[in-house]
Design a protein around this ligand. Structure first.
Ligand code: NAD
Length: 436
């Protein structure tokens, strides 16, 4: 058993805290957001993640505590896990203010030899910089770069069964010390330097972005030849050198990680005089993708202004309530700007979306039922890959709609089933675009 101090109670920190307590460690979860800590203490989980609430309620209160007091919470813990946010600045570089503030605080309070594990995604050189801060403060902490690879929507399952665990460390002893924390977790171990560990995380996310954009570009060629991009992606992806994951056309990638990690890697490359052409092209294709999909709708409806459209799904992916950098929201904004009246549904993110649009001049109308959202619309756009949309009763949907267009922006529906229901199916790169 290791006594752990987890700094940051977002998707990564709270998942790590709950899972490591579940594995038998004693965990103190710390956050600067006091209301968030109050909610957690009251048993309220402030984000949607399958199994997370269950896990937190099952581990004994003696094994997970919540605090907004760093010196007090840190006392008598063996290791610190840094899980604070590292969003993007306007120039694409990583915004490290939270990490810098936390490092300064930790440098005042850690004891020499205490293990500090960086889970946050940080640019190459950051852990070396942190080590220097601890050294300067006279507390040469043992620092391990341990990037996290979990996916929102399956965070607990991913944390407990990762493909690999990376330890970027200055010595084999430090990596071994970190292994005491993750000993109960399966997966390959990769022991590297700090900088390699930092770049492994960026390389992984940039490559996933490239796979998505590659398929989005190829989808346009599929349309030209009447091919179905879902078949092309599946057939090509079965090659084990390629893989089927993240190999799909749609609305493009989004969320709190891929876009900002792609930008941060490009920024880090430029800092050493390199331009990443392939990654840059992937980002460019992704920038265009929402506009491309909006164009499909425009063509199908013969113009957008004044139309009434149902958008099903607002979060950046199905199974999540996270709206950060959501392609579905970007599409919604684009359609609103074109004068479309939007009736929106999302199974998890409606409250959060309501907050996003609170002061907006043009805003969607929100509905808790997709069938109600579809009432009287010219077209329905499926904008996230929610399980509930995969099983959509398209016959019922048709009966609520005024028009006949169904734009499947995630390629999750069967074109045949949609056509049989009397709707005009439009996917992204699935055969020629039907005539109006
Ligand atoms: P998040 O925004 O959900 O949570 C970050 C938390 O850190 C917030 O609760 C915030 O209040 C807290 N915080 C800010 N400053 C703090 C400080 N000085 N001390 C303590 N707490 C502080 O972020 P997240 O999505 O959990 O991501 C955390 C890190 O993990 C990021 O670097 C991200 O890139 C990386 N990551 C995220 C995911 C993901 O799917 N969300 C996956 C892998 C890696």
């Amino acid at each position: 058993m290791v006594r752990l101090f987890v700094a940051g109670t977002g998707y990564v920190g709270l998942t790590a805290g709950a899972c490591l307590a579940h594995l038998g460690h004693e965990v103190v979860c710390y956050d600067v957001d006091r209301p968030r800590i109050d909610r957690l203490r009251a048993g309220d989980v402030p984000l949607h993640e399958p199994q997370l609430g269950d896990l937190l309620s099952r581990v004994s209160p003696a094994r997970v505590e919540f605090t907004a007091d760093l010196p007090d919470g840190l006392l008598q813990t063996d290791a610190v896990l840094i899980c604070v946010g590292t969003p993007a600045r306007a120039d694409g570089s990583a915004e490290l203010t939270a990490l810098h503030l936390l490092t300064a605080e930790l440098a005042r309070h850690v004891v020499p030899g205490q293990l500090v594990i960086t889970k946050s995604t940080v640019p190459p050189g950051t852990n070396r910089w942190m080590a220097a801060q601890f050294h300067r403060a006279g507390v040469p902490a043992r620092l391990v770069a341990n990037p996290e690879f979990l996916r929102e929507g399956s965070a607990v399952a991913d944390f407990l069964a990762p493909d690999r665990i990376v330890y970027g460390a200055a010595s084999a002893e430090d990596a071994q010390a970190a292994e005491r924390v993750f000993a109960g977790v399966p997966g390959a171990r990769v022991v590297t330097t700090w900088e390699s560990a930092e770049l492994i995380k960026y390389a992984a996310n940039a490559f996933l972005a490239v796979k998505v954009s590659f398929m989005n570009e190829l989808a346009r060629v599929c349309t030209g030849y009447g091919a179905d991009v879902t078949e092309v992606a599946y057939g090509a992806g079965l090659d084990r050198r390629i893989g089927t994951g993240h190999f799909a056309a749609g609305l493009g990638y989004g969320g709190s990680c891929l876009p900002k990690d792609v930008a941060a890697l490009q920024h880090a490359a430029r800092a050493v005089g390199r331009e990443l052409a392939i990654v840059g092209a992937a980002a460019q294709v992704n920038e265009e993708q929402v506009g491309h999909v909006a164009g499909l709708l425009d063509t199908a409806l013969g113009g957008l202004a004044g139309r009434r459209v149902a958008v099903l799904g607002l979060a950046f992916k199905g199974g999540s309530d996270d709206l950060r950098d959501s392609p579905a929201l970007r599409l919604t904004d684009r359609l609103l700007a074109a004068g479309v009246q939007i009736r929106a549904h999302d199974p998890l993110a409606l409250q959060a979306a309501d907050r996003v649009y609170r002061d907006a001049g043009r805003r969607p109308e929100f509905y808790a039922d997709p069938m109600v959202a579809a009432e009287g619309v010219s077209a329905v756009v499926v904008a996230t890959d929610c399980p509930e949309y995969r099983d959509l009763d398209v016959g019922r949907l048709r009966s609520r709609m005024e028009g006949r267009v169904l734009l499947d922006a995630r390629n999750i529906l069967s074109p045949d089933a949609v056509s049989r229901a009397g709707l005009v199916y439009i996917g992204v790169g699935r055969g020629p675009q039907p005539p109006r």
